[in-house]
Design a protein around this ligand. Structure first.
Ligand SMILES: Cc1ncc(COP(=O)(O)O)c(C=O)c1O
Length: 453
């Protein structure tokens, strides 16, 4: 066993080391080589060490180096070494993290890290926390709690009686909401289309003056961190409008919620603590491995009513915090291990420093691009930069060439009807030299392509 784990460790560390230096993009040849894996299921198995060798031989080279300090795509982070290591340990523990009584160690890690995060993000201390796969499921989980409570106040038990014949429910949502929020609504039986979209301003923030009247049973879905501009909806003001009504305000803060850990950026989410639920991803800005999303819900009862399972064979009595009372899954991995490890490693000041360094790097990126004559399309208030080099064709050509060049990886977006390059800075390793190196490549590629007729 030891030899096998040593082999995996050697491959993993080789990959992690190489990931910072090799081209980020997977080459065409390495993609083609993946065909070696596409074999019929053999009658006889093979030695474990050969299986590992095969994985490393073909998959490691065909793996996009998303953990690189110069990967700026998709608003995702990397993974701190402490969390990669804790994840290995957590895998060895192999805990079915449903019940406190059977998995006390990892249940404790979730309980403690949940408390830390509520403190760090300035959310109400009595809120309940669900450790889920990602922000999509965090939105789903929080909105399930919302659905429960808003209907319960209207005298309807949605868990018992479903949606057929239920009272009317209004859903007010930002016109800039992330597509996964619509998916959550669809999965909850609330429908993608039965929503009132609130127009946004030039940074993608919900316009309070365009909000419909909040009447009847209502769920309002806001955003902390627009995926393009990084801007926050005026959540505090929206909560004030919703106060005293049968309304639930949810905040999708997949990456942006972490800004609340920094005294310098917390003003962006002013009043956000007045909302009813919040979703975020630890696998984004907290830089832990996948899959690690979080839902925080002020009303613990509503979350448990939507999520808890009871069955006669489950030992729940006299238990402490049962992880499965808060999540869609019963059996799952111990996601809290990595969250605990990173928070313990960084402390409050470390999380604030991470957020502030990424935001500083984003501003620096924007400065370098503007100095080179390019147009930054958003106010760089957080970690997001949207840049245009001209018309759609030139932007596409530059994106393609930068990705192929391999020093850095940037994605494409449509911002205010314009195709543009989107740069998201949320990796724990990104620093000013990484930004300079990447900006130099982007500026060079743009100069070359703009010269070509
Ligand atoms: C604002 C927002 N909400 C939700 C999501 C979905 O997160 P996940 O992919 O972790 O499910 C994202 C992902 O980028 C996001 O940026």
């Amino acid at each position: 066993m030891k030899e096998l784990y040593q082999q995996a460790f050697t491959y993993a560390t080789e990959f992690i080391h190489m990931a910072n230096h090799a081209a980020i993009q997977v080459s065409d040849q390495d993609r083609e080589n993946l065909a070696h894996l596409d074999v019929p299921l053999a009658e006889q198995g093979m030695a474990a060490s050969e299986v590992l060798h095969e994985l490393h031989q073909w998959v490691s080279p065909a793996t996009m180096k998303m953990g690189s300090p110069r990967f700026f795509g998709f608003v995702i982070g990397g993974a701190y070494p402490v969390s990669v290591a804790s994840s290995w340990l957590g895998t060895a523990w192999d805990q079915n993290t449903g019940l406190e009584k059977t998995t006390p160690g990892v249940a404790m890690l979730e309980k403690v890290s949940a408390r830390w995060m509520l403190e760090l993000l300035g959310l109400p201390a009595s809120s309940a926390t669900a450790f889920v796969t990602g922000a999509t499921v965090a939105n789903f989980t929080a909105l399930a709690a919302a659905r429960n409570q808003v209907f319960a106040r209207a005298g309807w038990d949605v868990e018992a009686d479903g949606l057929i014949g239920a009272p009317d429910l209004h859903i007010i949502i930002s016109a800039e909401s992330h597509p996964t929020v619509y998916k959550s609504l669809a999965m909850l039986g609330l429908g993608r289309n039965r929503v009132t979209k609130v127009p946004t301003d030039d940074q993608g923030r919900m316009r309070v003056d365009q909000m419909p009247a909040i009447e009847g049973n209502t769920i309002i879905i806001t955003q902390a961190g627009n995926i393009n501009s990084g801007a926050f909806d005026p959540v505090g003001k929206i909560c004030q409008l919703a106060a005293g009504k049968n309304a639930w305000v949810h905040v999708d803060g997949a990456f942006g919620l972490w800004a609340m850990a920094s005294a310098k950026y917390r003003h962006l989410g002013s009043g956000l603590e007045l909302a009813d639920s919040w979703a975020t991803d630890a696998h984004k800005w907290l830089n832990v491995p996948y899959d690690s999303g979080l839902a925080f819900v002020k009303n613990e009862h509503a979350l448990k009513a939507a999520m808890a399972i009871t069955a006669s064979y489950l030992p729940t009595e006299n238990a402490g915090r049962n992880p499965s009372d808060y999540t869609p899954e019963l059996s799952r991995k111990a996601r809290g291990v990595d969250v605990y490890a990173v928070l313990r490693y960084l402390g409050r000041s470390g999380v604030a420093e991470l957020v502030e360094r990424c935001c500083d790097c984003a501003r620096y990126f924007a400065e370098l691009l503007v100095q080179a004559g390019h147009e930054v399309l958003n106010d760089v208030v957080l970690n997001q930069v949207v840049v245009s080099f001209g018309d759609e064709a030139i932007n596409l050509a530059i994106l393609d060439a930068v990705q192929k060049e391999g020093t850095c990886w940037v994605g494409q977006t449509i911002w205010r009807d314009r195709l543009a390059m989107r740069i998201s800075v949320c990796n724990w390793q990104t620093d000013r030299p990484a930004v300079e190196q990447s900006a130099q490549v982007i500026i060079g590629v743009a100069a070359n392509l703009k010269q070509t007729p």
